[in-house]
Design a protein around this ligand. Sequence first.
Ligand SMILES: [Cu+2]
Length: 243
Amino acid sequence: MLNRIDRLARVAVVVAAAALVSATSSFAYEGGAVSGGGTIKGMVKLNGTAPEPEVLDVNKDKKVCAVTEKKSNELVVGSNGGIRYAVVSLTNISKGKAFPEGESVLDQEGCEYLPYVTVVAQDHELVIKNSDGILHNIHTYSEKNKPVNRAQPKFKKKIKETFSEPEMIKVTCDVHGWMRGWVAVADHPYYAVTDENGAFELTDVPAGDYEIKVWQEKLGESTQKVSVPGGGEATVTFELAQK
Ligand SMILES: [Cu+2]
């Protein structure tokens, strides 16, 4: 009898310790209905001259991959100076709207990652599709999450992965050296990827003061303070320069 109680007590200690680890290792975001929230609208701009994007050397599986010319997406600047594919997020929000419904999808199509930057909620599934009739190999480079290195043959149209830690993860294909993309693992739903004009929008932000961050793969990160009025709009402009 004593032995059994002792065993139960040990189990309880292990369970309590595991709960403590999971509570401290990830940021617990609380999602729900937001009333009277505001919007943050903005733009990410290049301070300097836009570089000419490099034309990629598509030297393999050309029938599928070289249908259209491919250019590097590392730094895509629109005619208005806006930077595409920058990731804008709030850094200090613990309560707000719920994560959007629906799957996050990263497709491999024409030997490109579509979209170039995919946002996935932490601990939610990322659906990785292979729309090409050829082999791809998805390979991630992360610091906080376990790396993924999986072959995806042509018959494997869909695989799934989850990531537990918020991080920007570079994705490449070991079969096609030019393929590159990014997965943004989000710890809350206030993440946006800038469009072709460098514009972004974060909606249903509870009124309050926040720090807002931009990440761009070539130009790094920058932060600002922003105050969001209830039911109103705040505007943020980031200017990033090449180092
Ligand atoms: Cu590939």
